[in-house]
Ligand binder design. Structure first.
Ligand code: ATP
Ligand code: MG
Length: 432
């Protein structure tokens, strides 16, 4: 190499290097450009307010930016997944069955309750709008109807074994491009609600009927008295019957009010630690004269029996059982009252037992007598002044104490009523 050219070499090398670097830079920029645009768009779409600052021409800044966008998207995806999981958990926590069906007839979502009620929920599409999903004709028909005309439906149906009553509400959602609208079907168990409604209706009917009988008697006697053609004796007899019927009505009303009170959760249970033997001893003293008057032998064996209970309400229980024993045991019979400690189901209970040698209760009536107004022999009980509410009151009081009550036969004639009350407060119950 000659001198001047050799002298130029460093400059040329630097120039070439600069040229190469510049060319490289351009190539690099050309390579990054689509990414850079993507980053801008992503930043804009993400709407994080940094629009226009994304990357510039610097590939490192661009890379940083992109990695920010990617981690933002990942965080967003994690957040969305967490939200979906929360939503699913919430839906699975619902007692109502929820099923979401898309416009093509696929199940997009079915919560735990829906699967428990309806099983696998595998759809069979029978036509453009005809579908079978619930495996129950009336519900599937309603589902197909809503798919066809887009109008919501509500139906009540019995399903399962043993059958329960379900209300199914089906409403259309957005149609989109599909042949039919998406659908939301919500299933609610109505069994208990309907049972309570039926009991209410029956109670009102029974109560009206019970009141109607003495009322009719009062009206009849009053009408005859009004005609004024009766001798003094008959007049007095009729007036006494009117008074007796009015007493019967008052008793029914009192019993109904007592029942309403013990049923209502607004009436608090005032539980304390007490000895059931003392409650029983009080009741025994109150009833002793009545037993004597009816010609019944009465005995008691009251062993200490600690209980956690409401003393006033237990008085009700003892009084009802003793008055039944007096009422349904013919003269000459005997009644025995007992308290003791019992072990059952791994727990300790205080037991109150009332035993009589009376008319007894046939086995087929032994659970029913605890229903309101239920009497084995209507005529006989009414004659004895009974309204059929006493044992319903007993049952409710015992149930509120989370105790048990039942009646069993005896070796001889008569019946044995047994009441078990918790000896100790349950962990869930605070002492009052
Ligand atoms: N000790 C008993 N012996 C025989 N039958 C009984 C006895 N106790 C209850 N019963 C039957 O159970 C029915 C229901 O009893 P319950 O105490 O609920 O009503 P009641 O005695 O007829 O009226 P009340 O509301 O005044 O108590 C009675 O009508 C009677 O047929
Ligand atoms: Mg009674």
């Amino acid at each position: 190499m000659n001198g001047p050219l050799w002298l130029l070499a460093p400059f040329l090398a630097v120039g070439a290097a600069c040229l190469l670097f510049w060319a490289g830079l351009r190539a690099e920029r050309a390579r990054w450009w689509p990414l850079q645009r993507a980053a801008r768009v992503a930043v804009e779409r993400a709407g994080d307010g940094t629009r226009g600052t994304g990357g510039g021409d610097d590939p490192h800044a661009l890379a940083r930016r992109l990695s920010e966008v990617v981690s933002g998207l990942q965080a967003y995806r994690r957040h969305t997944a967490a939200e979906v999981a929360n939503l699913r958990a919430a839906l699975d926590g619902l007692e109502e069955g929820v099923v979401l069906l898309d416009g093509y007839g696929s199940v997009m979502l079915a919560n735990a309750a829906a699967r428990k009620i309806w099983g696998a929920l595998v759809p069979t599409v029978r036509g453009p709008q005809e579908i079978e999903l619930f495996g129950q004709a009336d519900v599937d028909r309603a589902l197909s109807d809503v798919r066809r005309d887009g109008r919501p439906r509500v139906l009540e149906t019995a399903h399962g074994d043993p059958p329960r009553i379900y209300e199914v509400r089906i409403r259309p959602l957005a149609r989109g491009d599909a042949v039919a609208p998406a659908l939301l079907a919500v299933t609610r168990d109505m069994t208990e609600i309907r049972a309570v409604e039926r009991m209410r209706r029956e109670f009102v009917a029974n109560a009206s009927h019970e009141l109607r009988t003495p009322l009719t008697a009062i009206q009849g006697y009053a009408d005859t008295l009004r005609e004024g053609l009766l001798d003094e004796d008959t007049r007095r007899r009729y007036l006494e019957r009117i008074a007796a019927s009015a007493d019967a009505m008052a008793r029914i009303v009192d019993d109904m009010l007592t029942l309403a009170r013990v049923e209502s959760f607004e009436t608090p249970l005032r539980r304390t630690r007490l000895d059931l033997a003392e409650v029983a001893a009080d009741a025994a003293e109150t009833f002793r004269p009545l037993f004597a008057e009816r010609g019944l032998r009465f005995s008691a064996n009251l062993a200490p029996a600690p209980a956690f209970a409401d003393a006033d309400q237990l008085q009700h229980v003892a009084a009802n059982l003793l008055s039944n024993a007096a009422r349904y045991t013919p003269p000459g019979g005997s009644v025995h009252l007992r308290t003791e400690v019992r072990e059952a189901d791994g727990r300790r209970w205080a037991a109150l037992i009332v035993e009589d040698t009376g008319i007894g209760i046939p086995p087929e009536h032994r659970t029913r007598i605890f229903e309101r107004f239920y009497r084995v022999d209507r005529g006989r009980s009414r004659e004895a002044g009974g309204t059929g509410l006493g044992l319903a009151i007993v049952k409710h009081i015992v149930a509120r104490h989370e105790g048990r009550v039942w009646v069993e036969g005896r070796e001889g004639p008569g019946s044995r009523f047994v009441v078990l009350l918790p000896a100790e407060p349950q962990p869930s119950e605070g002492e009052t």
